[in-house]
Design a protein around this ligand. Structure first.
Ligand code: SAM
Ligand code: SF4
Length: 313
């Protein structure tokens, strides 16, 4: 029996930005969003039936979901770590103060050290300044902030300056990741896996002296594991259309697989016995297949069993 520990919720595909790399193809033109009542009962059902430890709320841009604050309040009643992932451009003082004592951590995306790079990547003039303002509002409200930085050929040289920003704004953590070839990420100028590995090592050395800034595991540490990732084993995602999938990166699975929707089956039943062939293939991943990297990226390149030694995630 598998135990769900980490629930990831993609509230909407609507976003106020339309970033170059977005694996979910989010944009201001999209409108899909999950029904609040349906979602609330799914969370309760999964909490009652599994040792849920973490709920991550994201999108699209979670702050434009109509019931965003209601949902945060609702989730804060459960004994879990509550995480929000946002571009923070809409994080004004009132919202930040409203989140205090409700969320445990906020992950904020920052993809450059200045407006020129970040705004180009995020496809919106003024995004950098608004994100930094949002981060300051959260910090001033006493909320733990962590930066997520997606690295491409366009911003790899800015990493030292991005670290400085993290220190200056007292972010508690920073995570660098490569771009996965899913959604609009397919067309981005990715760095190769050696460049990412070198970067992670340099950052680890640099940040080890600063106890409050952490970095994700090096790629080797992340890759030397079985199963290749925890999607579907201890993690699941609920998508804006109510689809329940092993991870949001399997966003395109709905087009090719038997799907389960929380409108049609109890979420705990879906977790215990998913109809999805891909989900079941993940759970029975052959130990003798050496397949590294993100399984959703492998699927989007043709097969769940593809080895992606060059992949960035
Ligand atoms: C989909 S966004 C949703 C939350 C919010 N809108 C934001 O941008 O932070 C969550 C995270 O996924 C990252 N992301 C989007 N597309 C990606 C890709 N192709 N590869 C790696 N990370 C990606 C974003 O940079 C962001 O840090
Ligand atoms: S990465 Fe985040 S901010 Fe950018 S388009 Fe996707 S959901 Fe929106």
């Amino acid at each position: 029996m598998y135990q769900l520990k980490n629930l990831h919720i993609v509230l909407t595909y609507k976003c106020n930005l339309s970033c170059k790399h977005c694996y979910l193809n989010c944009s201001p033109n999209r409108s899909e969003k999950i029904d609040y009542t349906l979602l609330a009962s799914a969370i309760e059902n999964l909490y009652e039936t599994n040792p849920l430890r973490k709920i991550s709320i994201t999108g699209g841009e979670p702050l434009i979901y109509p019931d965003f604050l209601n949902l945060v309040r609702y989730c804060s009643n459960f004994d879990v770590e509550l995480i929000l992932a946002t571009n923070a451009t809409l994080m004004n003082k009132d919202i930040a103060n409203g989140l205090k004592d409700l969320v445990d951590k906020v992950y904020i995306s920052l993809d450059g050290c200045c407006s020129k790079t970040h705004d180009k990547f995020r496809n919106k003039r003024g995004a950098f300044n608004k994100t930094v303002r949002g981060l300051i509002n959260l910090r001033n409200a006493g909320i733990q902030t962590n930066l997520t930085c997606t690295i491409s050929k366009e911003n790899i040289n800015e990493v030292p300056k991005i670290l400085e920003i993290a220190y200056d704004l007292a972010a508690r953590g920073i995570e660098f990741r490569g771009i996965s070839s899913i959604g609009r990420g397919i067309n981005c100028s990715k760095i190769n896996s050696q460049e990412l590995e070198n970067l992670l090592e340099t950052v680890s050395n640099e940040t080890s002296a600063k106890s409050d800034i952490y970095n994700m595991k090096t790629k080797k540490e992340r890759f030397d594991s079985y199963p290749p990732c925890v999607a579907g084993f201890m993690k699941a995602s609920i998508m804006p259309d109510g689809a329940m999938v092993p991870c949001s990166a399997f966003v395109n699975m709905t087009k090719i697989d038997n799907m389960d929707y929380i409108q049609k089956r109890e979420p705990s039943e879906i977790w215990n016995k998913p109809k999805s062939k891909i989900w079941n293939m993940l759970r029975t991943f052959p130990k003798d297949i050496d397949a590294k990297g993100c399984r959703a990226e492998a699927l989007s390149r043709g097969s769940i069993y593809l080895d992606l030694p060059e992949a960035n995630l």
